[in-house]
Design a protein around this ligand. Sequence first.
Ligand SMILES: *Cc1c(COP(=O)(O)O)cnc(C)c1O
Length: 448
Amino acid sequence: MDGPNAAKLRALPQVQVLLETPCAISLLARYGRPGVRAALRAALDDARAAILQGAPGDTSEQALLDHAAQSLDRSPRLARVINASGIVLHTNLGRAPLAAEALDAAMQAGGYCTLEYDLTAGGRGSRTQGVGALIRRITGAEAAIAVNNNAAAMLLALTALAGGGEVVVSRGELIEIGGGFRIPDIIAQGGARLVEAGTTNKTRLADYRAAISPATRALLAVHRGNFHMVGFTETVARAELVTLAHAHGLVMIEDLGHGDLLGVFGQDSVTDAVAAGVDVVAFSADKLLGGPQAGILAGREAAIAPLRQHPLMRALRLDKLSLAALEATLDLHARGEHVAIPVLRMLAQSEATLRDRATRLAALIAPRGEVVASEGQAGGGTLPAQPIVSAAVALRVPAPDALAARLRAGALPVIGRVAAGCLMLDMLAVGDDELPALAAAVRGAVGA
Ligand SMILES: *Cc1c(COP(=O)(O)O)cnc(C)c1O
């Protein structure tokens, strides 16, 4: 090739030359040689592609170094954000914010701790003993263990209790939860065969009975976490399913998902499922329980014991930080200190409290922003049919999407919601202590 493009390509510096510039040397100190070299190579590749497309832009040494520095600065890290989306259990934003007590406990456990140590015996102890004792106390279950998340809990239960056999599930409960978690897939992954009972909208006890064969190991019920079925529908009461399972020597497994321990939200609770005799109830710890990411399996000792001993348990086990935070959160539940758990506190706020918070934010960013009624969500596939009355500050700007992007790009990113041509800052998941920082972020983004 020749002509002006070839000359520009030839004029691009070598990576080695760029690496020896003072600017690169300061980048090397911060990001290390492999990272800086890769970023410089990428900057040169971009410059070459731009030249070949006839839009070279600035291909000076300094421009290439700036380009590389920017991409190194942008390399993804977990960053704290303000959640003004109106969704309390926002899966992309880390679901449940932890209680101060849970954070403290995780900090204490960060060093050496009794993760698997029995202080009395001076030797090896069991990892989820503390969680087990707390769940027993709160729900009346005979036994409980904790693993990485509820998907892991289901995989463990199905593998250990039904692997090699058949699992009967209603056609109305063969659901996808999100993030690729589909009940039929997880049954297959657990080495069990799915046998469908009934129809999408109606499943009767006789359908389950007809689906049971000598190969059946378990009946599985799945909570419809993220959708709502209305109209011509029929399901089987939990107590009847338990009776049917036990009459055939099967285990009754239930995926309860949301993890509402006591029925604070007027739906089926873990305690109800345990009381009805379900052998294994699986649920998330970072939904309505308000704890760290974890999955809990609670129920009968005879059904939990094989899970404890299963080789998968080792692969799915919880780390000490999560375990400490989980114990502390469960301890708050056990003591009835629900207001100390952020998720429960947020979901119990009155409309007046939320409106007051919105009014204070509006005052901090006046004259922009208007207090409006809003509809929040619990999120995380919980409480699907219950919109939550909330309040928001609406910013009426010509380009709300661009403002939303500027808010996300700030030093303390703010996640809002664009609706009806406005940028909405919903107060449901915003703390009072976050208002000054939120207001500063909005003033910066609006002024920009
Ligand atoms: C949320 C949910 C899951 C997945 O739980 P994770 O803790 O996110 O793995 C599984 N089943 C149901 C019914 C759920 O609601």
